[in-house]
Structures are given as C-alpha cells and as structure tokens.
Design a protein. Structure first.
Length: 159
C-alpha cells in the first residue's frame, strides 16, 4: 500500500529542468575613473535593486531573469554602476497547480541561477579595479511571501 501512496505523491511533483543559463544583458560604467582610485579612501555607498521577470517561451518552457541594478556613490559622484540581466531557460512539467508553478518560477528557479549572477557582478566590479561587490544571498521565498501578502492586503482594501 505504501508503494501506491509514494507513486501518487511522486506524480504530484513537478519536473523542473534547466535547459540553459546566460547573460542576457550587462553594462558597467565608471565615469570618475581614474580619479576614483586616488580620491576615494572609504567604501562607497551602494544602492542595489533586484527584480525577477518571468517570460512564457512556449509550452512548458519559461525564461526566468534576475535583473540586478547596482550603483555605488561617494558624496555626489557616481563611482560605478552595474546593470545586468541574467536568465535561465527552464522546462516545467507536471506542476499540480498554477500556484505551485508560480512558486517554482519565482522561488526555485531564481535560487538556481542567482549564485551565477552574483559571481558575475563580483567579477565585473573586481576586474574594473574596485573591491568586488558581494551581493548578500537573497531569500526568494521570503520575497515571494511578501509579494503575496501585499497582493492580499491590496485586494482586501478594495471593495
């Protein structure tokens, strides 16, 4: 009897395969180089924005993109900025519900590709002569829950 239960449980699991991952777009700008290396002695203030975008490519195939925008400033000068779109192409089959598919696309898939995007940003800033910009790990599940809570709050206030 347990085998039948396990088989039905396995049938409820979505199958997720990563087919590719790639830099979709990247730019780096440092308008005050080489002056920055002489004048700036302390770490610049860094403003970081991160977004997740999902695009339906074809049946069971989705492109998940992490958009990273980082800007470092010292006083009023822009020291550098990095803008990057890093994507993964995922195939998702047998998702038991649209909600589970949404969670896979907004939590699981970004968790897979984020370390690669993080490393590229670190490498680009280091290769430009600055301290590597180390982006802290991201709790995509927490972000998803916050987004869901905001949607619930906004829908409950509208009558």
């Amino acid at each position: 009897m347990k085998e039948v239960e396990q088989t039905s449980e396995q049938a409820k699991q979505a199958q997720v395969n990563i087919q590719a991952q790639y830099v979709k777009n990247i730019s780096f700008d440092s308008p005050i180089v080489p002056r920055a290396f002489k004048e700036i002695k302390e770490a610049p203030k860094v403003d970081l924005n991160l977004d997740i975008q999902v695009k339906d490519i074809e049946k069971d195939q989705y492109e998940v993109t992490i958009v990273i925008k980082a800007k470092a400033e010292h006083n009023t000068d822009k020291v550098f900025s990095v803008d990057m779109e890093y994507s993964g192409l995922f195939e998702i089959k047998s998702a038991p519900s649209e909600e589970q598919k949404k969670q896979i696309l907004l939590i699981y898939c970004p968790n897979i590709i984020f370390p690669f995007a993080r490393r590229i940003v670190s490498d680009v800033t280091r290769d430009a002569g600055f301290q590597p910009l180390m982006i802290n790990p991201v709790d995509f599940a927490g972000l998803y829950m916050q987004q869901q809570q905001k949607q619930q709050d906004s829908s409950s206030t509208v009558h």
